[in-house]
Design a protein around this ligand. Structure first.
Ligand SMILES: Nc1nc2c(c(=O)[nH]1)N[C@@H](CN(C=O)c1ccc(C(=O)N[C@@H](CCC(=O)O)C(=O)O)cc1)CN2
Ligand SMILES: NCC(=O)N[C@@H]1O[C@H](COP(=O)([O-])[O-])[C@@H](O)[C@H]1O
Length: 207
């Protein structure tokens, strides 16, 4: 499709568990008329600032708490049901701190994207910035990847680098990584909404 043709907006549902600054940047970018995607809802596993940010922006929100369900599998199904209700083209985990089960991923095959604050496969998991700092790397960064049933093992879509400074703390380093994550997420979602992500096994090409 030529760039000049009108492109149907990609419908995005966000998943977040924390302060939601990444979610906020995606919401803000989607407000521009020329943006290729539209954010329709934000879903969380807990009451958090990200939910407040989305509600303030006039988006639909849902909180699906693991503690409200019999077990992890039941929670996972409830989360999938909540997301399905918004019929997203893309589900974006932006600081979502729960592992998504296969039942959720089967609902949105090849359409769940996560942003991780490290250069995968280095430093997977819930404490990437702390682990990178403790390891003593001089360069870290962030990764956008397709989500699979593993933890941070899905095909890499895009990565951005961030230099580690001698006086960095986890907080100062993470804040600089988030600046790059916000840029990366907007670029990746724009490509995704315009049909420019091409998945070939573990390789993802952006045209
Ligand atoms: N199936 C997948 N689900 C998710 C992935 C993924 O790669 N595959 N990425 C995460 C986000 N994430 C890293 O980017 C991540 C988040 C949380 C954890 C984790 O160990 N969580 C614990 C609980 C943590 C807590 O509740 O405080 C858990 O879920 O038991 C690892 C990696 C989004 N989902
Ligand atoms: N392993 C998952 C993980 O660490 N995700 C990270 O949580 C932060 C959320 O920031 P925010 O709440 O300010 O948007 C982001 O840096 C994101 O990569």
């Amino acid at each position: 499709m030529d760039s000049g043709e009108s492109v149907p907006p990609g419908e995005v549902v966000l998943l977040a568990s924390g302060t939601g600054t990444l979610a906020q940047s995606v919401i803000d970018s989607a407000a521009h008329p020329s943006c290729a995607y539209r954010v329709t809802a934000l879903i969380s596993d807990r009451d958090c600032e990200a939910v407040t940010r989305a509600a303030t922006a006039g988006l639909a929100t849902a909180v699906v708490r693991p503690g409200d369900h019999e077990d992890r599998a039941d929670w996972n199904r409830a989360l999938a049901d909540a997301a399905r209700d918004f019929a997203p083209d893309w589900v974006v985990s932006a600081g979502f701190m729960r592992i998504l089960g296969q039942a959720f991923l089967d609902e949105f095959p090849g359409r769940v994207i996560n942003t991780h604050p490290a250069l995968l496969p280095s430093f997977p998991g819930a404490h990437a910035v702390r682990d990178a700092l403790a390891y003593g790397v001089s360069v870290t960064g962030c990764t956008a990847h397709l989500v699979d049933a593993g933890v941070d093992t899905g095909p890499v879509i895009d990565q951005r680098t961030v230099d580690v400074r001698p006086d960095d703390t986890e907080t100062t380093l993470h804040e600089r990584i988030k600046v790059r994550e916000r840029e990366m997420l907007v670029d990746v979602l724009t490509a995704a909404a315009r049909g420019r992500l091409h998945i070939e096994g573990r390789k993802v090409y952006i045209s």
